[in-house]
Design a binder for this molecule. Structure first.
Ligand SMILES: [Zn+2]
Length: 134
């Protein structure tokens, strides 16, 4: 399973202004955007997919992507139409996921093709683009 090479650069005008204060939940670790420091999600949102929450895939160019799977990412937005093409997770369509605040490419949002699939959706957020904070 592979992903296409190259990611679109998002013009700033597509970014939706969104102001939110981080909510610390149950001592969970905070994950921030490495580009702008905005809150992306918390460690209590980590979600095992196919048995693990940390995944690693190599695209056709040989670039390795390592990411965490989260059930919710309040600091990210999914962009464009979902596609099954080159998906890394059978039964799931993906879209590009960006930091809601600065537009940095954070990873991918996955949604189930079948309504019966569980989870219905999740986020794959690149480890390199997250800064962890307690
Ligand atoms: Zn950002």
């Amino acid at each position: 399973m592979t992903h296409p090479v190259g990611f679109p650069i998002l013009p700033a005008m597509f970014l939706i202004p969104f102001v939110t204060e981080p909510i610390r939940g149950n001592g969970a670790k905070i994950y921030r955007c490495s580009g702008c420091g905005a809150l992306i999600t918390h460690s209590d949102q980590l979600l095992p997919i196919e048995g693990k929450s940390r995944h690693s895939f190599v695209n056709p160019s040989g670039i390795e992507f390592e990411f965490h799977a989260f059930s919710s990412c309040t600091g990210a937005i999914a962009l464009g139409d979902a596609t099954e093409e080159h998906t890394w997770f059978a039964g799931y369509r993906w879209r590009i996921a960006l930091c809601r605040t600065c537009g940095l490419h954070m990873g991918w949002h996955y949604e189930a093709v079948l309504r019966s699939e569980r989870p219905r959706e999740f986020w794959g957020i690149l480890v390199t683009n997250l800064v962890a904070e307690r």
